[in-house]
Write a protein that binds this ligand. Structure first.
Ligand code: GLV
Length: 329
């Protein structure tokens, strides 16, 4: 019997390809070229499954061009790069990699928050540039983290993991989410208090964004929202580009409407707005919140398990669209 054919769209851990090869005929991309949308559609056209990453856009048009396709397995918890409705209508299973990255991503949210509030990278650049000539009482004064109010927008599993970590810092946690958590979950999340978005922006000393991207969350933080924040506040985005209006944020950072930002994701990444590079009050990282070695391996294995289940007659553990119907023959 011939093995199902799959496309692995980007470079992956080599041992993962070895494992997948027991089940599939693989077209891989270890040279890690970025495919145009057209090229992606052309490569996917005769495949049964595809292993994707957040940087491939799988549009309705691409899906329509792939009559054999049965599964799209994304190596990420976010899946806004895939047209889920179009896949569902075409009877294609779509999966993501939730849970395995919660704690690592929460750690990173804290790393970015601390680096931003305490001006870690800005001061390191200054030191490396040979500018440190003497100790001064007012050099790189930052904001406190302990004892302050943390505002979390998007209180899913990662948001809750961030809140749990705040107990050691003696912080108050306020959060905004599509729906309120149960009392038990709020208690476990350092007694987080549910508030409206405007309340949160007005009262938080540090705001962290952990919500999924969708048309509804586009520009959740734009000029009007930034105007509500304290001039001493910091904003951290570990969610997705597009949740923040980057042009409005650049203006707010420049004019001192807010003190600083820590950003792991950007509009149009990796080609982020060049003005970010000219600002000293922003910490910039290249979409690495889940990038610890064990977690990236766990994500890769989860995506592979989903693909194997989907194409061998099983039900993938992380199926996002059970309503897509029975797998195609
Ligand atoms: C990474 O950004 C993810 O969604 O897992």
């Amino acid at each position: 019997m011939t093995k199902p054919g799959i496309l692995v769209t980007r470079a992956v851990f080599p041992d993962l390809l070895e494992r997948l090869s027991h089940y599939f005929e693989i077209e891989s991309n270890q040279e890690d070229r970025i495919f145009s949308e057209q090229e992606l559609a052309q490569k996917m056209r005769d495949k049964d499954g595809v292993y994707t990453t957040p940087s491939e856009r799988v549009s309705a048009q691409t899906i329509a061009a792939c009559p054999k396709l049965k599964a799209i397995c994304n190596m990420a918890v976010g899946y806004n790069n895939i047209d889920l409705d179009a896949a569902t209508k075409a009877g294609i299973m779509v999966t993501n990699t939730p849970d395995v990255l919660n704690e690592t991503t929460a750690d990173f949210g804290w790393a970015l928050l601390m680096a931003t509030a305490r001006r870690i990278t800005e001061s390191e650049h200054w030191l490396r540039a040979g500018k440190w000539e003497k100790w001064r009482y007012d050099v790189f004064l930052g904001a406190d983290v302990h004892g302050t109010t943390l505002g979390i927008i998007g209180m899913g599993r990662i948001g809750q993991a961030i809140a749990r970590r705040s107990t050691g810092f003696g912080m108050q946690v306020i959060y905004h989410n599509r729906s309120r958590l149960s009392e038990d979950l709020e208690r476990a999340a350092n007694h987080a208090r549910y508030v409206g978005k405007e309340d949160l922006l007005r009262n938080a000393d540090h705001v962290i964004l952990v919500l999924p991207y969708s048309a509804a969350s586009h520009h959740t933080i734009a000029a009007a929202e930034l105007a509500l924040m304290k001039p001493t506040a910091t904003l951290v985005n570990i969610a997705r580009g597009g949740i923040v209006d980057d042009v409005a944020l650049i203006a707010a950072l420049r004019s001192g409407k807010i003190a600083a930002a820590g950003l792991d994701v950007f509009e149009n990444e990796p080609k982020l707005h060049p003005d970010f590079l000219t600002l000293s009050n922003v910490v910039l990282t290249p979409h690495i919140a889940s990038a610890s070695e064990p977690t990236r391996r766990a994500m890769a294995n989860t995506a592979a398990n989903n693909l194997i289940a989907a194409l061998t007659g099983g039900r993938p553990a992380n199926l996002l669209n059970p309503e897509c119907g029975a797998a195609k023959a």
